[in-house]
Design a protein around this ligand. Structure first.
Ligand code: HEM
Ligand code: HEM
Length: 187
């Protein structure tokens, strides 16, 4: 169960540290870190690795149905942490230029993150065990209709968030292939 906002606080702290480092590099070099140069490139790669972890780890844990790998609720908190910090690093990687496909990938990343917040909100409306497993609602419960509604919304949300994530990764891989070919290897 997402009882506290711990993961959001950790994401804010990590983002502040990354911003401080970004500002330091900017003040030393006197320019905005370019997407294809060492620092900007590293931000893109590391951020993208975090995004891949976001896309895969929670789903794997959810499907394993075994507690051996830790609580599902902890994995969801980690999902949200990496799902915020990864896109933030990728955002700093862009060097504030959003042309063509790479610009579209940035926009899709932003939409997936935003939809994550909506999902997080609906998720907390559904009664769960401490591990994050959905609980049955007793018949006749005064709030049963509201909970049934939240479950329907959650299902609908999945049909948007998941395909959008897949489209994002497909487009991201095309950007990465193109950027590495034209901007890195051809140089
Ligand atoms: C979701 C992840 C990513 C997003 C949203 C993204 C977005 C962007 C954006 C907006 C730009 C600037 C394009 C412009 O000049 O208008 C850019 C440039 C670039 N990106 Fe990414 N990027 C991502 C991941 C990566 C990764 C993982 C790599 C490398 C493995 C990479 C390599 C590059 C390179 C080399 C450039 C510079 C291209 C040039 O100088 O023309 N990107 N990226
Ligand atoms: C790079 C960004 C992100 C990607 C690629 C991503 C991807 C996904 C995927 C593939 C799932 C489906 C898991 C499954 O049911 O197997 C999921 C679920 C979820 N994500 Fe994200 N996500 C991202 C960011 C976020 C953020 C920032 C939040 C919250 C602020 C969030 C909250 C959630 C929630 C609440 C669920 C539903 C959990 C459940 O129903 O069990 N996500 N995400």
């Amino acid at each position: 169960m997402l009882r506290d906002n711990k993961e959001l606080w950790w994401a804010i702290i990590a983002s502040i540290l990354i911003t401080a480092f970004y500002a330091l590099i900017m003040s030393v070099t006197g320019k905005i870190p370019a997407a294809g140069e060492l620092f900007g490139h590293s931000l893109g790669i590391l951020g993208f690795v975090l995004m891949i972890l976001t896309e895969t780890l929670y789903s794997l844990r959810k499907r394993s149905r075994s507690t051996r790998w830790g609580r599902m609720s902890d994995w969801l908190q980690f999902h949200i942490f990496t799902g915020l910090v990864g896109p933030y690093m990728v955002f700093l990687h862009t060097s504030w230029k959003f042309n063509g496909l790479a610009g579209a990938v940035t926009l899709m990343t932003f939409v997936v993150v935003l939809s994550g917040f909506i999902g997080r909100y609906i998720y907390t409306r559904i009664p769960r065990t401490a591990d994050g497993i959905e609980m049955d609602t007793p018949m006749g419960d005064a709030q049963a209709a509201a909970i049934a509604n939240a479950r329907r919304l959650m299902a609908l949300w999945h049909t948007v968030h998941i395909p959008l994530g897949m489209a994002l990764f497909t487009a991201a891989f095309v950007h990465i292939g193109g950027a590495l070919y034209y901007a890195t290897f051809l140089k």
